[in-house]
Write a protein that binds this ligand. Structure first.
Ligand code: FMN
Length: 176
């Protein structure tokens, strides 16, 4: 990063502090996306999931972060997009959140356009505990349809949809 504060001039490197500021400004405007999956800790309650969602909606909308969060059979999958510094700083917090484990970041990209511009944060409460079986199947169908209709423009979004489809293809365990 420091090297960027030097500009070459007549075979010399001239120190240019204004470049430091410029680069750091550019960094905060660079659009970034990342996607990860994780496992909820055992016995995570619906109330705790709702809590995550509430925090996410409030913080993300105030910080220009969009994306999608899916919760299915104790697995989370999330894609985030927005200003690079904000997204990476948020991801650091999410990674250390004790409500989930095995956080696996599987793709990240610098991007020029959002793939989820209208979604504050979408969450699908896919669980047979809280929904009837018919609604549950309908949710899955809707998600699959959404994945098929989506036109991802970066590798991270492509992998997010692919992974999400794989996640929801696992059959749910019957609740006793
Ligand atoms: C699966 C999962 C997804 C999360 N997604 C977001 C999110 O999109 N935005 C957000 O602000 N917090 C999200 N959180 C909550 C953060 O991990 C963290 O609790 C929150 O940013 C508050 O951080 P703080 O307790 O350090 O203030 C998520 C947590 C989990 C477990």
């Amino acid at each position: 990063m420091r090297k960027t504060s030097f500009i070459p001039y007549k075979n010399q490197l001239i120190y240019c502090p204004i470049l430091v500021t410029l680069v750091s400004h550019l960094n905060s405007y660079t659009m970034y996306t990342l996607t990860y999956e994780s496992k909820a800790v055992p016995n995570l309650t619906n109330a705790q999931v709702e809590d995550i969602l509430k925090t996410a909606r409030a913080f993300n909308s105030q910080n220009g972060i969009t994306g999608c969060l899916v919760f299915y059979l104790n697995g989370f999958i999330q894609i985030l997009e927005g200003p690079k510094e904000k997204v990476t700083e948020l991801y650091r917090r999410i990674e250390n959140d004790p409500r989930h484990t095995r956080v696996n970041l599987f793709s990240e990209d610098e991007i020029t356009e959002r793939n989820f511009p209208d979604w504050g944060m979408a969450y699908y409460p896919i669980s047979e505990n809280s929904l009837g079986h018919a609604e549950f199947l309908q949710f899955k169908r809707n998600l699959r349809l959404l994945a098929d209709l989506s036109k991802p423009t970066n590798v991270t979004a492509i992998l997010f949809w692919k992974r999400m489809k794989f996640l929801i293809s696992s059959p749910p365990k019957r609740v006793k």
